[in-house]
Design a protein around this ligand. Structure first.
Ligand code: ATP
Ligand code: MG
Length: 735
């Protein structure tokens, strides 16, 4: 039957399996393709667009296709063009934001805007809210602008204009005046002829709701609507799609409930379940053949996700039998993890795997740092996808600017960067005076500041601020001689108010920035002095590779959605990192399931090789912390994994999966200390002896030393090379 059909098919439809073909050729009416990773959903969507155009069901300008990223849109455009043999000019293909912006430009006046409106970035949005809070006399210590901004953003995600926010969801935020502030904020934006990201959707949605003729125009225009990654749409996006699709009902959404990973940004996986209610008679197509991954990888991913309760459930199979098992590799610490990954990448390179087919997918942004350092050392070209490289991130640059001024007070670029970050009332007016003196006397800004604070050139408030800053730097500089440099960095970040600035920040990115700052301190500890570290950073920053296709990719799991690579590394599968504690704290079991979906997304990115690694020790600030493998490791079936432990480490194969520590770390609750020691001991295959003061010992990192004091698992040791340190006794053996 299938054979007969395929004879008469145009080339671009050949090779599709029957349900895929069905989905591609069901052009009219609502269609939901609900299917697992790598089953060809995106391919179906792309082929469907081509088919619409080839069949002359629509002109390019009548197709509205939504993708999750701009990059995905570019790829889809290319694929469609390669099928139809010409570029489909005029297609409305892009992200929700891009498409909505395009519509809003055409009807800006209906939203009280001019068509050349500005799209404000987050900093500007927050600044605006801050002004409003001040004008209204709302204490911004108690209700920081960032918090109020976050609340407004979430309302917008849910499609709520100020008029629609219900009283109870407004709660006590901003002294119960959050809705008022929201309304004022919208008014201010209008006066500025500006919008924020949420407005792009919200304004167009409001226009569609209020202006029947405009809506009718778009109903006529967009004959076909297609949506990729539907499981991650939020309510506003959902409403936007629904109203646009109501005209002709030709809407095709593809998604996978097991890959919904943006709940923390307002995505509602329930949108998939609602589809059939909103579009009665919708056709639902399920795809079960996975074309991406080999058997063990797929089976490992499927078993993992089967631990989730809140899912529709599906079976996936692949014709690609056999292949490599998922490599599970315990490592000593992050450094060894990066070294291992580097070596494996080089081995794949020798086996002619292009670097563009290799990716390292991390749970948290800070994790890229150790890999970046390793790749730079190896001369291995890499790109960080979806964000800047570690040392280029805003918070890292800011922190480093503080350190640069501490070490070298004439570093004007660094000084300018942080003189008013966090805000300390040293704005343009004050700076102009400092700059004036600096250039007149040909001295640095810092030196000029030292002079100016002894005068009345500045108004009292900025003068006090600048005095304090100059004194701070003087003190920190003295600290270079007296305190350990890592401690000093922590002190600088705390005393300058820089850490606090991000702690107050309630945006989705803030916790990640704080993690990056901690990672920075960990990085600094690897160097003997602060200047040595700064030197290293300039060298790393300099080695930015020329753009080329041949680069390995480093990115977060979130950014990897929809992508595929021959070789995928999944580092840091440890409790306390993945599942991420924040997800568990904020959303409990639901949070855990979202984390598990993320793990599943990670594994299913791999075509041929997947590696899961976890470190026994992570350096968090000054101390080493033992970690235990993520519960997700134990959820991988023994028959699909290949545990690459050196003899004596962990044992191998099924034993490993049976390991009671690995199996259910949760059952040991939060007081893990004794367990950790047991674990670390086992990992190193040695029993912790009783340490007594005076004993000569050896530590993996710090080498030989003598015990000074021993207490409850912690030792104070005077190391021969690095001086006194506090360490965990499980990492120390008798010398
Ligand atoms: P994800 O859920 O990760 O977004 P997906 O369902 O969108 O995955 P695609 O990316 O469309 O899956 O397809 C996965 C891989 O399988 C791609 O390399 C694609 O070209 C290939 N593929 C899809 N369908 C077929 C088919 N019928 N024959 C051969 N290869 C296919
Ligand atoms: Mg896809």
């Amino acid at each position: 039957m299938v054979e007969v059909v395929s004879e008469s098919l145009p080339p671009y439809l050949r090779g599709l399996n029957p349900p895929q073909l069905d989905a591609v050729r069901t052009l009219d009416g609502p269609l939901l393709v609900l299917a697992g990773a790598g089953t060809g959903k995106t391919r179906v969507l792309t082929t469907r667009i081509a088919h619409l155009l080839v069949q002359r069901k629509a002109f390019p300008g009548q197709v509205l296709a939504v993708t999750f990223t701009n990059k995905a849109a570019a790829q889809m455009r290319e694929r469609v063009a390669s099928i139809i043999g010409e570029t489909a000019e005029g297609m409305w293909l892009g992200t929700f934001h891009a498409l909505a912006a395009r519509i809003l430009r055409r009807h800006a006046e209906l939203a009280g805007l001019k068509s050349n409106f500005t799209i404000l970035d987050q900093d500007d949005q927050i600044r605006l809210i801050k002004q409003l809070l001040q004008a209204e006399g709302i204490d911004d210590k108690r209700w920081p602008a960032r918090v109020v901004h976050g609340v407004i953003e979430r309302w917008k995600d849910r499609g709520l204009t100020p008029q629609r926010v219900t009283a109870e969801s407004a709660s006590e935020v901003a002294n119960g005046r959050a809705v008022e502030i929201y309304a004022m904020y919208q008014e201010r934006l209008k006066t500025l002829n500006a919008v924020d990201f949420g407005d792009l959707l919200l304004h167009t949605l409001t226009i569609f709701q209020n202006d029947a003729s405009v809506l009718a125009e778009y109903h006529r225009k967009f004959k076909y609507i297609l949506v990729d990654e539907y499981q991650d749409t939020n309510v506003a996006q959902y409403l936007w799609l629904r109203i646009l699709a109501q005209g002709h009902r030709n809407i095709c959404c593809v998604g996978d409930d097991d890959q919904s990973i943006y709940g923390w940004r307002g995505a509602e996986v329930g949108n998939i379940l609602r589809f059939e209610q909103d579009f009665p008679g919708a056709k639902v197509v399920r795809l079960e053949q996975n074309y991406r991954s080999t058997e063990h990888i797929l089976s490992a991913a499927s078993s993992l996700i089967a631990h989730n309760r809140g899912r529709l459930g599906k079976t996936l199979w692949t014709a690609d039998k056999g292949g490599e098992k998922v490599v599970v590799k315990p490592v000593w610490d992050g450094e060894e993890e990066a070294r291992f990954v580097g070596e494996e990448i080089e081995a794949h390179q020798r086996a002619k795997v292009p670097l563009s087919q290799i990716a390292v997918l991390v749970r948290a942004g800070f994790q890229t740092r150790e890999f970046e350092e390793r790749f730079v050392t190896l001369g291995l070209p890499y790109r960080v996808v979806g964000g800047p490289r570690f040392y280029e991130r805003q918070e890292i640059r800011d922190a480093i600017a503080y350190l640069r001024v501490t070490v070298q007070q004439d570093d004007d670029l660094a000084f300018e960067r942080i003189v008013n970050t966090p805000k300390r009332g040293l704005g343009d007016a004050a700076l102009r005076i400092v700059r004036g003196l600096a250039s007149a006397r040909r001295i640095s800004l810092y030196a000029a500041s030292q002079e100016i604070i002894g005068t009345d050139e500045l108004k009292p408030a900025p003068r006090r601020s600048l005095t304090r800053l100059v004194e701070d730097f003087a003190r920190w500089r003295a600290g270079l001689e007296t305190i350990g440099h890592a401690d000093l960095v922590r002190t600088i970040l705390d005393e300058s108010g820089y850490t606090a600035m991000w702690q107050m920040d309630k945006s989705a990115e803030a916790p990640g920035r704080l993690e990056n700052l901690k990672e920075l301190v960990a990085a600094i500890e690897e160097f003997d002095t602060l200047p040595a570290f700064l030197e290293h950073v300039s060298l790393v920053m300099e080695s930015v590779e020329k753009a080329s296709d041949e680069m390995a990719s480093l990115m977060t799991l979130h950014a990897a959605k929809g992508l595929e690579f021959d070789v995928v590394f999944l580092p840091g599968w440890e409790e306390g990192l993945f599942p991420h504690p924040r997800a568990l704290d904020e959303k409990g079991e639901e949070g855990l399931e979202e984390e598990r979906r993320l793990a599943h997304v990670g594994l299913t990115r791999a075509r041929k090789h997947a590696y899961v690694t976890f470190a026994a020790n992570r350096r968090i600030y000054n101390t080493w912390q033992s970690s235990i493998p993520s519960r997700f490791v134990a959820e991988l079936p023994a028959s699909d994994v290949d545990v690459k432990a050196e003899t004596g480490l962990w044992g191998s194969g099924p034993d490993f999966a049976e390991d009671p520590f690995a199996r259910n770390p949760r059952s040991f609750g939060r007081t893990r200390a004794p367990l950790l020691e047991g674990k670390a001991t086992r990992l190193g295959e040695r029993a912790a002896p009783d340490f007594v003061p005076g004993m000569r010992v050896f530590h993996e990192k710090f080498g030989y030393g003598r015990v000074v004091a021993a207490e409850a698992g912690k030792l104070e040791i005077e190391f021969e090379h690095t001086g006194p340190k506090k360490v965990m006794d499980s990492f120390v053996r008798k010398a």
